[in-house]
Design a binder for this molecule. Sequence first.
Ligand SMILES: Nc1ncnc2c1ncn2[C@@H]1O[C@H](COP(=O)(O)OP(=O)(O)O)[C@@H](O)[C@H]1O
Ligand SMILES: [Mg+2]
Length: 211
Amino acid sequence: MILTVGNTKGGVGKTTIAVNLAILRAATGRDVLLVDADAQGSASVFSEIRAEQGGRSGYTVVGLHGGAVRTQVRLLAPKYHEVVIDVGGNDTAGLRAALTVSDALLVPVQPRSFDIWAIAQMASLVAEARELNETLRAFIVINAADAQGRDNAAAREALSDVAGLEMIEAHLVRRKAYPNAAAQGAGIIEMQPADAKAIEELSALAATLFG
Ligand SMILES: Nc1ncnc2c1ncn2[C@@H]1O[C@H](COP(=O)(O)OP(=O)(O)O)[C@@H](O)[C@H]1O
Ligand SMILES: [Mg+2]
């Protein structure tokens, strides 16, 4: 399964979700390749911090850019159960290349107006990608949601009719576990004490994507 976590909007949680999904899948014994296709290299820096800590379940990380995202992922994917591609917050050649080789795209969206409006650009990129990659599935997940209140339902409603993208039922609430874990090169599933709600939400998301 090749999954791209992408949104042309920055700061929506792409890298956070990509590394946490990679760690979750690796922890269940899958061979995972994390592709850092963002020139800013956050997923690579995170992985370096993680490697320095030692003793943590592994995934392999590789940095790829532009057309190499397509050609190298094609070559590497058969060696792994899962490939997770983290892209930058722009309409880049790397994002477009990723969409042509992926089985699925996950678009994190924060339940706030500017973020919701930006989804139209992703919808047109998905439509273009499907001309080359007919079977590409595309999902929206609401990330960094408030634990309570009407905003999540309003966002869900506003996003429900984006052409060509399916809404994922599970959403991820804004939780301190994410930045706390990231600072230590860890995934939320590795933190003590565990944030059970955060883990439950992430697991529900993973179940939808990976089955
Ligand atoms: N569900 C969440 N709860 C709390 N903080 C989050 C959550 N998702 C992302 N963040 C924080 O938001 C910031 C941006 O996330 P990041 O993954 O770097 O976004 P992107 O890769 O889309 O630019 C980071 O500081 C990250 O820790
Ligand atoms: Mg990022």
